[in-house]
Design a protein around this ligand. Structure first.
Ligand SMILES: Cc1ncc(COP(=O)(O)O)c(C=O)c1O
Length: 395
């Protein structure tokens, strides 16, 4: 009533209406009051950040590292990132590194620097919801290319992806290892994509946050290995997954020199800088974190295999073996409403999974389970899921 009388209603801008809320958070919110839930909905290691990393932050606080710093991060961390990446065989330049307040902040900064309203962004689907949401916040248009679950693997038709990267496309977002599917991009496919994007002037936003969460080798192949310094490539990275630092909000961008001035300005207008004592923790992670990563990966490998074996034994469940990341993204035969199934698993089996539709239409009929948990919890969750899906009306 009031709105009709007011010429300027107090509402958010129109683009906000088109943004979906997170279906993962819908399930999380519904869990309030459900007893003894095993929560496997979020993508988060279930261990506290290692001691040596927390210690570095404490020392930073005690040393008074509490002031504003550069828009690009403190020099010590930028140098440590460059050295760490060189150790992985990557071409990283100190002055091409911008420290950010998390991986998601890195994606937002890069997109704010690159996307105008109406720009076309191409994204393989299923995708992590924020990858689709951030361009939409900025008024860009997202077109998706669907991955398919075939022969126990999530795969993309490369020709189809290339065909979607039309002249005039501004950006392709490639997250591999991928959340939620664990899909990997081979070096050969990266070469083809890079050559195509070079020809057409398309920016590649490589979301590399799971580059160390791989089950074969030390790190996944990234575009950084093959790109030249002036390629239109922005690589996004984060401390969240590899070093169990989700709550610290620390990440970084590798970008060509031509983008750095813009990133500095955009950083100024977002967070201005990242807390220095948090950045010191990041240095400890990079310099002393290899044994932690190796230990984490051997644990995740065992959990991945356990989830595949237990869930794969349920009639009608197709579960691929992910090459990286920390999720089982499995299809349940007969499921046409993954949100309803997530609700029924929550209330009936007391297990919290993310509905596949949260990751786009291509994820409908699937569920995502984060296996970065203790073995007994995962065993119990799989048993509850199997029991629930076997019941009449359980799916
Ligand atoms: C694919 C992907 N990219 C980026 C992020 C961002 O991580 P953070 O913002 O915690 O650094 C996540 C977190 O779940 C993710 O799954």
């Amino acid at each position: 009533m009031m709105d009709q009388m007011m010429p300027y209603p107090a509402v958010a801008r129109a683009a906000m209406e088109g943004l979906d809320g997170s279906l993962i958070r819908t399930i999380f919110a519904e869990s309030a009051g459900v007893p003894d839930v095993i929560p496997l909905w979020f993508g988060e290691p279930d261990v506290v950040t290692p001691d040596f990393i927390r210690e570095a932050a404490k020392q930073g606080l005690d040393a008074g590292r509490t002031f504003y710093n550069s828009n690009f991060g403190i020099d010590e961390l930028r140098a440590a990132i460059t050295t760490y990446q060189a150790g992985l065989g990557r071409k990283a330049r100190f002055d091409g590194v911008c420290v950010t307040a998390s991986g998601v902040n890195a994606i937002m900064l890069a997109c704010q620097a690159l996307l105008d309203p109406g720009d076309r962004v191409v994204l393989p689907e299923p995708f992590w919801p924020n990858l689709g949401g951030i361009p939409r916040v900025l008024g860009a248009k997202v077109a998706t290319v669907k991955l398919r679950l075939q022969d126990a693997a999530w795969t993309i038709d490369l020709e189809e992806l290339l065909a979607a990267l039309t002249p005039g496309t501004r950006m392709v977002m490639l997250n591999a290892p991928a959340n939620p599917t664990g899909w990997m991009l081979s070096r050969a496919d990266q070469e083809v994509l890079l050559a195509h994007c070079r020809r057409l002037g398309i920016w590649i936003l490589a979301d590399d946050v799971y580059e160390r969460v791989v089950f074969d080798g030390r790190a996944a192949p990234t575009f950084l290995d093959i790109a030249e310094a002036d390629d239109r490539l922005v690589s996004i990275n984060s401390f969240s997954k590899s070093w169990a630092m989700t709550g610290w909000r620390l990440g970084w961008i590798n970008a060509p020199a031509t983008l750095m001035t813009a990133l500095g300005k955009i950083s100024e207008f977002n967070t201005s800088c990242t807390p220095p004592f948090v950045q010191l923790a990041g240095i400890a992670a990079l310099q002393q974190g290899e044994p932690f990563i190796a230990g984490t990966m051997s644990r995740y490998r065992a959990m991945r295999d356990l989830a595949c074996a237990r869930l794969g034994a349920i009639p009608g469940v197709s579960i691929p073996v992910p090459g990286g990341a920390m999720y089982s993204f499995f299809a349940v035969e007969g499921c046409t409403d993954s949100l309803a199934l997530a609700r029924s698993l929550l209330h009936g089996a007391h297990v919290g999974l993310a509905p596949g539709r949260a990751f786009g239409e291509a994820g409908e009929g699937c569920m995502r389970l984060c296996f970065a948990v203790a073995e007994d919890r995962l065993e119990a969750a799989c048993e509850r899921i199997a029991h629930h899906l076997d019941r009449p009306g359980g799916r």
